[in-house]
Design a binder for this molecule. Structure first.
Ligand code: MN
Length: 594
């Protein structure tokens, strides 16, 4: 039973704190220097990989390392280390997660296409389509070509690639974890920027993939860079707690006895929280000292129902704290996490948190989508990626997101919201927290959304703007299902005001699409340019002015940040830019040039 007891150090050593023994980077550096391992820089990697997958083919790992090393030769990290230390560390993180050989090979090669002369064609010839797909999925779009859209388009590309093969995201997360661990060589401003971006998109993605082993480390390294003082305070607190380990040993022993008396076969281990989760609870509860309750994990050796027997044994031994019991087995989170949570009044009257799960649940809780790679022989377990309905949903709506900025905004929104599960017409649907019946209607399909008229929540008629709650049973009535009397003159189709309350990206985009199609049926860009120009002409005439040439208009477009005059005219036509404001600025520009 491999209940992991370390916090923040599940994958290599966690963070570059001065008090810590060898950091991962330093271990690598020593590995690559004169410690007798000089002739075999991949030894640790292959050993880790073989320890989880004994029959793995390490020859292909060596071959990919040799190519990556020769392609990156002469390149250096900001820290001064040879560049190859980075892909090697990323591959090591993937190996420790238990990923397969293909992932390790792709991790070693993940920056070759982006940063060296190695091409996708060469990669395909050398390592085949799978590795090529993975490397291509994490290769950034060129900023020089895509400008501001590069970031959004890169993430979109990565998500689409992950729809075919979720290992793309695992490599990307490992890549970011290592980059975050080696941020020390960067300026404080760029450290904060990278850490914030990580917190914004990649940490929530990691959470959705259910890879807690990786998320803990990402969380902690983000905290280390964004809140260094808080990190140091928690670090000092955790390292100096007299009696803490003795207390946890005592609780674990007593819990084992209680479980044995109830004939529940289970392993009990202390389960420390990681720094970020201590910090979050401390801040949320407004505490002066770090808040960190002792916590144990009970992993039962038996079917799911044994978890409830274990819960009975624990509650029989110590009084549970009201309102702290959560059943993530009956109502699983959307990220493969399943467990029972409870808090009890333990020995000496101290509160103790208890997690209860089976061995299978434990594996999924730790490794999420990586579970099926780590434990390939375990039969009849649910395949990880197929359960990721949010990923399917993102893949659906991303097709409607026309520009990269809109895509990124919607993705952030989708990832930020807590998820709720509602039931409709006999099926379960996952929606962002705060979703309404309209969101659900669009989840059922664009037509159901456009035509939705009324809804009942748990059997009662409710306004279409009512926020739904986890577990609600909802019925949607539409124009075409004949259940609702429609007045002949009643307005048809979606209402503009729906945009004020819908939460899901899917609903927002579908409603916008509906009104875009209504507003200007078949209007071309050239028409919009002409209309925009005419609108400005009319406004100028109100001021008794006219345009002798387009030069001032072009200058204004440039000053307002538009790539060209046509784009500004389209913006005027679509009323994203007020014509009166444009004309005022235009007059000022002509009258006071400089
Ligand atoms: Mn990289």
């Amino acid at each position: 039973m491999d209940v992991d007891a370390g916090h923040g150090a599940a994958l290599g050593r966690a963070l570059p704190t001065p008090s810590q023994d060898m950091s991962f980077t330093r271990r690598l550096r020593s590995l690559l220097s004169f410690q007798g391992n000089d002739d075999d820089p991949v030894a640790t990697l292959t050993r880790t990989h073989r320890s989880i997958h004994p029959s793995a083919d390490v020859a292909v790992v060596r071959r990919s390392y040799a190519i990556a090393e020769s392609m990156h030769r002469g390149q250096f990290r900001k820290s001064g280390d040879p560049y190859i230390t980075h892909p090697l560390a990323v591959a090591q993180i993937c190996a420790e997660l238990g990923m397969d050989t293909t992932t390790i090979v792709a991790a070693l090669l993940h920056d070759t296409v982006e940063d060296t002369s190695y091409t996708l064609e060469a990669l395909h010839g050398d390592f085949g389509p799978e590795v090529t797909h993975l490397v291509d999925g994490v290769t950034k779009f060129d900023k020089a070509y895509y400008g501001k859209a590069a970031e959004g388009e890169t993430i979109r590309k990565m998500i689409v690639a992950a729809g075919k093969d979720v290992r793309v995201l695992v490599i990307k997360l490992a890549d970011r974890l290592h980059n975050m661990r080696t941020l020390d060589a960067r300026s404080p401003a760029s450290r904060a920027r990278i850490a914030t971006a990580t917190l914004d998109v990649l940490v929530p993605l990691c959470d959705r993939l259910g890879i807690q082993a990786l998320k803990r480390d990402l969380d902690d390294v983000v905290l280390f860079h964004l809140e260094p003082d808080a990190y140091a305070r928690i670090d000092a607190h955790v390292k100096d707690r007299p009696g803490w380990n003795e207390y946890l040993t005592d609780v674990s022993t007593k819990a084992r006895t209680a479980l044995r008396r109830s004939r529940v076969d289970a392993a009990v281990t202390p389960r420390p929280r990681h720094y970020y989760s201590i910090w979050k609870d401390t801040v949320a509860g407004n505490h002066n000292v770090p808040l960190d309750l002792p916590r144990i994990a009970v992993v039962v050796d038996g079917p799911d129902t044994d978890c409830y027997a274990a819960l009975g044994a624990i509650h029989g031994r110590w009084r549970p704290v009201a309102g702290r019991f959560k059943d993530f087995i009956a109502s699983p989170k959307n990220n493969l996490y399943r467990s029972l949570h409870t808090t009890v009044v333990g020995p000496e009257g101290r509160l103790v948190e208890v997690l209860i799960r089976t061995e299978t649940m434990h594996r999924y809780s730790e490794y999420g989508v990586a579970t099926t790679y780590r434990y390939p022989k375990v039969a009849d377990e649910p395949p990880g990626a197929d359960q990721l309905t949010w990923l399917k949903r993102v893949l659906d709506w991303q097709q409607d997101a026309t520009d990269a900025g809109q895509f990124l905004d919607s993705l952030r929104c989708d990832l930020a919201e807590g998820q709720i599960t509602v039931f409709a017409h006999g099926n379960a649907y996952e929606l962002p927290g705060g979703s309404t019946p309209v969101d659900l209607a669009y989840e059922l399909g664009p037509q159901q959304g456009d035509q939705c008229l009324a809804a009942t929540i748990n059997g009662r008629l409710a306004p279409l703007s009512s926020p739904l709650r986890d577990g609600d049973v909802v019925e949607i009535f539409s124009e075409t299902d004949g259940h609702v009397e429609v007045e002949p003159n009643a307005p048809r189709g979606p209402r503009k005001e729906w945009l004020g309350f819908v939460k899901s990206s899917q609903a927002q985009m579908q409603i916008n699409r509906y009104f875009d199609e209504k507003k200007e049926p078949g209007i071309s860009i050239a028409d919009k340019v002409r209309l925009g120009r005419a609108t400005i002409g009319l406004c100028l005439r109100k001021h008794d002015r006219g345009l002798a040439s387009e030069v001032p208009l072009r200058r204004l477009a440039e000053e307002l940040g538009y790539p060209d005059l046509e784009t500004l005219l389209v913006a005027v036509c679509e009323r994203n830019l007020e014509p009166d404001a444009v004309v005022e600025q235009l007059i000022a520009l002509v009258d006071h040039p400089d």
